[in-house]
Design a protein around this ligand. Structure first.
Ligand code: JA5
Length: 252
């Protein structure tokens, strides 16, 4: 992208339920991004690409078994109708590669997403190779279709576009101080609510102490809830902070 040019994102969402879009993406931060022209989301009705007289998008599975499978012809035709040189083609499936923040940044860089939403028991497997699609999962659970997964991915990518978040909302993404850790706890007024007080250190005005407390809270929470995220450096830092007796508020 040339200097001064603004990053944009275009997405085509292929679905048999196009009226589901933009849905919640039309509100708030993502809605403003759409209204300002930074993002274009086009819902494409897969059924429009069905050629048989019943416009069918599904059929019985070869080999038998329960449910229906999405037919390949309308899906491949729909993808080919929107494909651009830089497109990333994604099919949502619980069997896909797990969606992450790093993938969100990567998808933004492509500038064009083709998001294929399955329904029924899934899509004919030949579609993947024929469209060079990547299978992506947003988590280890089952959904009735890919549409909600597409909304999750779009939300995560849209908020990364420069100018979408206000500077006060965006600071976290710029900050490296809590890289790889869960967030520290936040508080606002009142200072006491239903018998629970805001930790004194946050009222002290000592910026260095506040920063040290938040860092330690982030480390402790991550150890408690997501120990898989901790690096050897984090573990060493936790050891040092317990040595220095900085156990303020630590629920160990
Ligand atoms: C279900 C026909 O990562 C969670 C997901 C569940 C699920 C996805 S992604 N796609 C579908 C689907 O069901 O297409």
């Amino acid at each position: 992208m040339s200097p001064g040019e603004t990053a944009r994102l275009q997405a085509h969402v292929l679905t048999i339920f196009p009226h589901m879009f933009p849905g919640p993406l039309g509100d708030s931060v993502t809605g403003r991004a759409m209204a300002s022209g930074l993002v274009d989301i086009h819902a494409v009705d897969i059924r429009e690409f069905a050629t048989d007289r019943h416009r069918s998008t599904d059929d019985y599975p070869y080999g038998g078994g329960p449910g229906m499978v999405m037919r390949p012809e309308p899906l491949v035709a729909a993808v080919e109708s929107v494909l651009q040189p830089a497109s990333r083609v994604i099919v949502f499936s619980p069997a896909g590669r797990r969606f992450t923040q790093a993938m969100a940044h990567d998808l933004l860089a492509s500038g064009h997403l083709v998001l294929v939403c399955g329904r029924y028991e899934g899509i004919d497997d030949r579609v993947l190779a024929l469209t060079r699609a990547e299978e992506v999962s947003i988590g280890d659970f089952v959904l009735t279709g890919g549409e909600l997964a597409a909304m999750v991915v779009l939300d995560a990518v849209i908020r990364l576009l420069p100018g979408v978040l206000s500077t006060s909302e965006a600071w976290r993404d710029e900050s490296h101080s809590f890289e790889g850790l869960l967030e520290y706890p936040q508080y606002t007024r009142p200072v006491e609510f239903r018998g629970q007080r805001v930790p004194d250190v946050l009222l002290s005005g000592h910026h260095a102490q506040v920063a040290a407390w938040r860092r330690q809270q982030a480390l402790l929470r991550t150890r408690e809830r997501r120990p898989d995220l901790l690096t050897p450096d984090h573990l060493a830092e936790l050891d040092r902070s317990s040595d220095s007796g900085a156990s303020a508020g630590g629920a160990c």
